[in-house]
Design a protein. Structure first.
Lengths: 111, 113
C-alpha cells in the first residue's frame, strides 16, 4: 500500500512564503502531483514531479527527493486567494498508476 | 469545452434508497475515476476504469457499483444508501500517461438521512 503524510493545517501572512511538506512511502513510484482545492470546489492541478529536483511555475514551486520519499510545495508572495487545501498525490506502478491522495493541508492566509 | 460533468450537484437520499451519480467527459480520456471526500480527509478511490468495458475496485468500493459502456460515461451506482455514504463524490478523468494530471468534475454532495 501507500502512505502519504501532510500537515493538517498551516497559517501564513499575505506576501510571505510558505512551504507545505509531503512525505510518502510507496513501491513502484511513478510521480507526485500537487493539487489545489478551494472550499466547495473541485481539485485543480498545480504541479507534477517524477525526477528529483525543483519545478518552478510562477509563484508556485514543487520539489521532489525520491530517495527520501519527500516533496514540498513552495508558495511565494502569498495572496488571500491562496487560502485553500493543498493535496499531495502519488502514482505507483503497484496501484495501476492511479493517484493516491494524502489528507490535504489547509492553508489559511491572513492579512 | 465542458471537461468533466457531474450530475446532480446535490442530493438528499433516505436510507435504503438507490441512485446513480452521472459522470461524463468530452476529452476522450481512457482513464476515469470515482473518489469520495469526507470532511478533513483526502480523496479516497472508490472505482476506476482504464477504458470502455474495463472497471476495477479502488480503496473503498463496498456499497457502490460502476459500469463503463462508453469512453465518455462512467456512472456510479449506490444500491442501498447508508448514512456512511454521506460524502462529496468527485469524478475525474485522465489520459493515464505518466506526466499528465487528472481533471475533476465539480462534485456531487450527497446526504443520506
Amino acid at each position: 500500500g501507500q502512505n502519504i503524510d501532510q500537515p493538517t493545517e498551516m497559517t501564513a501572512t499575505e506576501g510571505a512564503i510558505v512551504q507545505i511538506n509531503c512525505t510518502y512511502q510507496t513501491s513502484g513510484f511513478n510521480g507526485l502531483f500537487w493539487y489545489q482545492q478551494h472550499a466547495g470546489e473541485a481539485p485543480t492541478f498545480l504541479s507534477y514531479n517524477v525526477l528529483d529536483g525543483l519545478e518552478e511555475k510562477g509563484r508556485f514551486s514543487s520539489f521532489l527527493s525520491r530517495s527520501k520519499g519527500y516533496s514540498y510545495l513552495l508558495l511565494k508572495e502569498l495572496q488571500m486567494k491562496d487560502s485553500a487545501s493543498y493535496l499531495c498525490a502519488v502514482r505507483s506502478s503497484r496501484g495501476s498508476y492511479i493517484p493516491t491522495f494524502g489528507r490535504g493541508t489547509s492553508l489559511i492566509v491572513h492579512p | 469545452n465542458a471537461g468533466v460533468t457531474q450530475t446532480p450537484k446535490f442530493r438528499i437520499l433516505k436510507i435504503g434508497q438507490s441512485m446513480t451519480l452521472q459522470c461524463t467527459q468530452d476529452m476522450n480520456h481512457n482513464y476515469m475515476y470515482w473518489y469520495r471526500q469526507d470532511p478533513g480527509m483526502g480523496l479516497k478511490l472508490i472505482y476506476y476504469s482504464v477504458g470502455a468495458g474495463i472497471t476495477d475496485k479502488g480503496e473503498v468500493p463496498n456499497g457502490y457499483n460502476v459500469s463503463r459502456s462508453t469512453t465518455e460515461d462512467f456512472p456510479l451506482r449506490l444500491e442501498l444508501a447508508a448514512p456512511s455514504q454521506t460524502s462529496v463524490y468527485f469524478c475525474a478523468s485522465g489520459t493515464g500517461d505518466a506526466n499528465t494530471e487528472a481533471f475533476f468534475g465539480q462534485g456531487t454532495r450527497l446526504t443520506v438521512v
